[in-house]
Design a protein around this ligand. Structure first.
Ligand code: NAD
Length: 288
């Protein structure tokens, strides 16, 4: 039986920390303040932003969602973003993706000041990640950093291990590669053009899937000799043919073959919101 890497105990434990840190800030006259820009009517984006707001409020931070029209012009969008992110009472800002077509070429990451970029995608923050800046004075991308926290919580060794990441997006795969490399793993970053993916996953100690294909990774990707050794982290959030939420991994087929695995839901997802909140408090604490 594999270990079920659920995030609830991590979130519960860290929520107390967040409450304490938030109270300390409030005692110094600072209310941690997150401002979110949501453009259009993407259903999933509305759900995600509402979850983030609810979680921030649960530990005492302020969070507002600015819901902008689907057809907003580039200029109006930039003006709105500048207005919000230049407010000195705002400590963190992020833009919920995806953006509508007319805004899709904007380099939003560069429009938010690095010190308020709680999503961790500003070039300053990405360079700090790339160069393995040890000062910890930058923000790490939320989902990959959430995965690192999960591995740490469950005492899963990283140094010297072979990690295979599937998916090379800017928000998950690439920063995940950096974080694992900085933690001394040997990392293979796979994508849709990778040949013989199963050969690579079968050699992995840690597999991280972020591709967005329901139940893609099944038992044929796990080596039988690796039984009870492999750790599988499922970042995917998809719906199966019956409309149920599921990950990239076929949990029922893979779970009996591995040492540990994250479920969907209840695995990586809540950690993204947790990391965003940790980044927000880090941003607010910088001004004390
Ligand atoms: P994306 O959608 O931008 O890109 C998908 C990646 O998967 C690409 O790099 C592509 O090359 C790769 N890919 C596609 N098919 C493949 C195949 N057959 N073999 C190998 N690689 C393949 O990626 P994303 O934005 O990182 O999202 C991936 C998944 O993670 C989605 O389900 C998304 O909803 C989920 N996600 C979850 C969280 C969370 O908080 N848990 C956060 C971000 C994304």
């Amino acid at each position: 039986m594999s270990i079920n890497l659920i995030s609830k105990p991590i979130v519960d434990q860290e929520l107390e920390n967040l409450k304490n840190r938030c109270n300390k800030l409030k005692n110094s006259g600072i209310i941690p303040n997150l401002q979110v820009l949501l453009v259009g009517n993407n259903k999933a984006s509305k759900i995600y932003t509402n979850r983030k707001k609810k979680f921030c409020e649960s530990f005492g931070a302020k969070c507002d969602i600015h819901h902008l029209d689907e057809n907003i012009s580039v200029d109006d969008f930039i003006n709105e973003l500048n207005k919000i992110s230049s407010d000195k009472n705002v400590h963190g800002t992020f833009v919920q993706l995806p953006l509508p077509k007319q805004l899709s070429n904007l380099e939003v990451e560069k429009l938010i000041p690095a010190e308020k970029d709680v999503d961790g995608f500003h070039p300053f923050n990405l360079f700090a990640l790339l160069s393995d800046n040890k000062k910890n004075d930058y923000f790490k991308p939320c989902t990959p950093y959430g995965v690192m926290n999960l591995l740490k919580y469950y005492n899963i060794p990283i140094s010297g291990k072979n990690a295979v990441i599937i998916g090379r997006s800017m928000i998950v795969g690439k920063p995940m590669q950096m974080l694992l490399t900085n933690a001394n793993a040997t990392v293979t970053l796979c994508h849709s053009k990778t040949q013989n993916l199963a050969e690579l996953t079968k050699k992995a100690d840690i597999i991280i899937s972020a591709i967005g294909k329901p139940k893609f990774l099944n038992d044929t990707y796990i080596h039988p000799d690796q039984k009870n050794k492999t750790v599988v982290i499922d970042v995917g959030i998809n719906t199966d043919q019956d409309g149920n939420l599921c990950g990239d991994v076929d949990f029922d087929k893979v779970s009996p073959l591995v040492y540990a695995i994250t479920p969907v839901p209840g695995g990586v997802g809540p950690l993204t919101i947790l990391t965003l909140s940790q980044n927000l408090l880090q941003a607010a604490e910088k001004i004390i």
